[in-house]
Design a protein around this ligand. Sequence first.
Ligand code: NDP
Length: 450
Amino acid sequence: MTYIHDTILKLQKTSPAQAEFYQAVEEVLDSLRPVLESNEKYQRHAIIERIVEPERQIMFRVPWVDDQGNVQVNKGYRVEFNSALGPYKGGLRFHPSVNASIIKFLGFEQIFKNALTGLPLGGGKGGANFDPKGKSDSEIMRFCQSFMNELYRHIGPTTDVPAGDIGVGAREIGYLFGQYKRLTGNYDGVLTGKSLLWGGSLVRKEATGYGCVYFAQYLLEDKGETLAGKTCLVSGAGNVAIYTIEKLYQLGACPVTCSDSSGTIYHAKGINLETLKELKEVRKVKLNAYLEVHPEAQFIAVNDYPSDGHAVWRISGNLAFPCATQNELTKADAEALIANGCMAISEGANMPSTQNAVEIILKAKIGYGPGKAANAGGVSTSQLEMAQNASMQCWSFEEVDEKLKVIMANIYKSTRDTAVEFGEPHNLVLGANIAGFRKVADAMIEQGIV
Ligand code: NDP
């Protein structure tokens, strides 16, 4: 289709060197083909031209002083992509790889993910090329304060409500909120993922991982299967991976892997969740420390990974849960998973599968929950946190978890029903993109050319 080609060419000129962003746009546009062909209104209102251009992009200097007294400078970002359905909503990522391309791909994906939840949320994303690893608490605090010294002008409970993402957990949200409050004098719900002591919601920490497993559960139910007894491959060892593993155990499955940037743990009798939490949530150390407690497990260092992919996906398992980062599951990985009998993949991370991998997965017609549908439990529970803050209420764990289950069931249903409507029942990429797009695009048309 020429419009895909033309759009990418135009983006390459107006937003150069943003490979991940073009990848996300191309995937969405490719699956919108049937809806664009049958609805000239989207063309008449220049929806594609408008939807790929963020409403606003903020880039800023983040200067801070390290423990040795040296001045450090990082680059901060907030991309307010689309507010047709509600205030901009999306996490902040602190990772050395962060650049404009990564933040824009994440923000673009977030528009459709948030639309799929059925909640009043626009799409945005932000972060900095700051590496929290190895930094002291004081350094993290000074960085977060400096980051907020600029960000506070752009956010607000009804305008833009950031949350966490890679490298931004409860500690960072605490320091960011403290500085926001000091600068504005307002104690309001301007960030989600807050501590339970001061405005956070139960289940927010667990929500992305739990939601990703609920999505897999609904996928399997449609195939007359359950999670019970299934061997599961999980990548990552952070927030999303940990609570994916926790929920898999609760539903009777056996997660046998996890990974971080140093390597992969394979523990055939099942990953020990208590050890994993101790290493990653408390001690914050590399995964090879897992062997100190469980010497029978296997550690595969990154240097020993296959040259064309990731060690996790070369292990035999029934289900796969990519929960670390973008493009961590390659074409060769997808082929290995399928050859080993994997029956479904549910993505906890954002865009973890490369474009070639997605093609292979869709062709094999195994169950596939793309990130923007399968990992939407996090942002949905963020919205539940906003609702509790606005009404000054605190709901119980069970209450929030129940709402999360219902939201994930609705996301699954609308994704699947849309895939069926367009004649490709197994293609939930198409289902998720079209279902999300229609809501945003129709809202944009009703709100005029803005
Ligand atoms: P965390 O920072 O808690 O954990 C990230 C994990 O992935 C860590 O184990 C990290 O290893 C690993 N990782 C990150 N980057 C790389 C890399 N380049 N190569 C290898 N390993 C890597 O982040 P989250 O768990 O919050 O996020 C994971 C994914 O889920 C991301 O794609 C995020 O966008 C997505 N997501 C998160 C949501 C949330 O609510 N937190 C919501 C929806 C999506 P190491 O520590 O060694 O770097």
